[in-house]
Design a protein around this ligand. Structure first.
Ligand SMILES: O=C1O[C@H](COP(=O)(O)O)[C@@H](O)[C@H](O)[C@H]1O
Length: 235
């Protein structure tokens, strides 16, 4: 993959640039097809971008949003990415949602709902906004054995996988359902937003030739063939 990195002065400038880029991609889809689909990360970096995006005027009732990944928790749980996305898009009337997990998940994490939904919906995304953790995970594709190898393959077959990170991340200690690299690459516009010197260092390590995606999952994204990845970083 060819990727670019834009370094912004601060988090506000990053959020504004990403919201502008995502908005342009959605508007292009609305012009071309009359509808648009966005996949967006949860966590802390994405919501300020999405609040700015939601403030842009467009026919939001023609836009569908799916999380790039979801924690195996109820839809109203404080750690639910869908809940965070719904809050960020509170100012976007009529928006439609494509959840990845059932509203009241029970038992072990299971990607059946997500795989069924994305088998029925086979179109490429119009835009994807990814975040990245300090361990190099994106969506919920974490370092180490917990993530099935196929999930980090650019030509993997599944749309979504269930993941139990080991160790569970302290900030959101839950099993997850994540879209796979192959599904996320099928997008007309692919952004990754990250802040902080630690994440800039991770991106440098992952960009090196031969970087191991099992150690730095984002390396699979940086080195995948396909549409160009636009990285936006701020201190
Ligand atoms: O757990 C998650 O973490 C990543 C990165 O989050 P951030 O708070 O460091 O921006 C996020 O992209 C993902 O959606 C989320 O589930």
């Amino acid at each position: 993959m060819s990727w670019t990195i834009a370094e912004h002065a601060d988090a506000e400038a990053l959020a504004e640039a990403c919201a502008t880029r995502l908005g342009a991609a959605l508007d292009e889809a609305l012009r071309q097809r009359g509808c648009a689909v966005l996949a967006a990360a949860g966590g802390r970096t994405a919501p300020p971008i999405l609040r700015r995006l939601a403030a842009q005027p467009r026919d939001w009732s023609a836009v569908t949003v799916a999380p790039t990944d979801e924690r195996w928790v109820a839809a109203e749980h404080p750690d639910s990415n869908l809940r965070a996305l719904r809050e960020a898009f509170a100012g976007a009337p009529g928006l439609r949602w494509q959840p990845l997990v059932p509203p009241r998940p029970q038992g072990p994490a299971d990607a059946t709902l997500a795989n069924t939904a994305f088998t029925l919906f086979d179109e490429a995304f119009d835009a994807v906004l990814l975040g990245m953790g300090g361990d190099g995970h994106f969506a919920s594709l974490f370092p180490g054995a917990p993530t099935p190898a196929d999930a980090l393959a650019a030509d993997g077959r599944a749309d979504a996988v269930a993941v139990v990170p080991d160790p569970l991340p302290a900030s959101a200690p839950h099993a997850r359902v994540s879209l796979t690299l192959a599904r996320l690459l099928r997008s007309r516009c692919l952004l990754l937003a990250a802040s902080g010197a630690d994440k800039r260092a991770v991106l440098r390590r992952a960009a090196e030739a031969g970087a191991d995606p099992r150690r730095w999952p984002v390396a699979a994204l940086l080195h995948a063939p396909g549409a160009p990845l636009e990285i936006h970083w701020s201190p």
